[in-house]
Design a protein around this ligand. Structure first.
Ligand code: PMP
Length: 367
């Protein structure tokens, strides 16, 4: 008997970056460094205290965590001090953005972004019955302001998702473009600046957080998955106006953020200094990776994230497979001809570069 599934789910595969047990895994932009021992101990102690009250529902409004996230953002971006009711959090920034679409998208409404961009955006749209009508980036992956505005006028979205630094290209959107888009969408759409990789931005690339106090429809989304080496915990968050956050609070399921998650996130935020040292190292590795790939005459867009896109290959799948055969897993994603690799530990990064040289220089070379 066939099940009465929604027609748009017919034949759809769940999100599925391969999870393969190979020695070098550089495919999902994780932080390659495990949390330091002091952070692990602090998490264990906070979680133990939370476990002792596991019979009770957690704080629905995660008040302590909101304050800690607010303090972290003020410190990290030298941004205006926000109030805790301007902060939202959920199980990963994916869930945060789903809340945005649940509150501001919906049947008869449209969400847009600029491709190539994060592959989950169309899924948030589908799952909230919102029409997905993306515009395009330029061949160098930048966003042309006039074209973007034209696209917004034509598609009339209620939500615009703007990844900066963008995945899979690593490229950041200039602040003037973000502010112009904020002005243009005021009163008609929510503008989400997805800053999942913000902590890896290069000096001189500002965060859009500074704009939050000026625009009640602009929200900046962050995650602890990358910079905080916390992908396994699932904690994403958002900064926006209290009014916008109020709508997210309306659509969330009760107690969506477990006491265990709240406890673990608080412990990591307390130890942010140790974790940010890893971020600085990853930025050095990212720049090294880009330089080494360029030495091979490969194209690498300037990256403000913890990964780089590189190409172009006539047969990118063959290159991806060649690397996998040598124990290195990267990501076959983005426009045809390109591959994406995350910055690993120094050792992993060199193993990747050696394997790539082996694949590309082998007799009968691929790609
Ligand atoms: N936004 C972007 C641009 C991403 O690349 C990712 C993860 N790859 C996310 C959001 C979601 O991250 P998480 O749900 O782990 O916070």
């Amino acid at each position: 008997m066939t099940l009465p599934a929604r027609p748009e789910l017919a034949g759809a595969a769940p999100y599925g970056a391969p999870q393969l047990a190979v020695p070098v895994r550089l495919n999902v932009n994780e932080n390659p460094y495990a949390p330091p021992a002091a952070v692990i101990a602090a998490i264990a102690s906070r979680v133990k205290a939370a476990a002792a009250q596991a019979n009770r529902y957690p704080d629905r409004d995660f008040t302590e965590l909101r304050h800690a996230l607010r303090d972290y953002l003020a410190e990290e971006s030298q941004a205006t001090y926000l109030s805790a009711d301007q902060i939202w959090a959920a199980n990963g920034s994916n869930e945060v953005m789903l809340h945005v679409l649940q509150a501001f998208g919906g049947p008869g409404r449209t969400v847009t972004s600029f491709s190539p961009t994060y592959s989950m955006y169309p899924e948030y749209a589908r799952d909230t019955f919102t029409t997905w009508l993306p515009g395009e980036r330029e061949p160098d992956f930048s966003i042309d302001l006039e074209r973007a505005i034209g696209h917004i006028d034509q598609t009339n979205p209620s939500v615009v998702l703007l990844a900066s630094p963008n995945n899979p290209t690593g490229t950041a959107v200039p602040p003037a473009t973000i502010e112009a888009l904020a002005k243009h969408t005021a009163g008609r759409a929510i503008l989400v600046v997805d800053e999942a990789y913000a902590e890896f931005r290069r000096p001189g690339t500002p965060s859009a957080l500074a704009l939050v106090p000026n625009y009640n429809h602009l929200a900046v989304v962050r995650t602890m998955s990358k910079a905080f080496a916390f992908a396994g915990v699932r904690l994403g968050y958002l900064a926006g106006s209290a009014e916008l956050v109020g709508y997210l609070r309306t659509v969330r399921l009760p107690y969506h953020l477990s006491a265990i998650t709240q406890a673990a996130a608080l412990a990591a935020l307390e130890h942010r200094q140790a974790l940010m040292a890893q971020v600085a190292q990853l930025c050095v590795t990212r720049d090294y990776l880009a330089a080494k790939l360029r030495e091979r005459d490969l194209e690498v867009p300037d990256s403000d994230a913890n990964f780089v896109l590189f190409g172009r290959f006539a047969d990118r799948h063959a290159v991806w497979q060649g690397l996998l055969d040598r124990g290195v897993l990267i990501r076959e994603v983005g426009p045809d001809g390109w591959l994406r690799v995350s910055a690993g530990t120094e050792e992993e990064t060199d193993l990747f570069l050696d394997a790539l040289a082996d694949v590309l220089d082998a007799p009968g070379r691929v790609g």
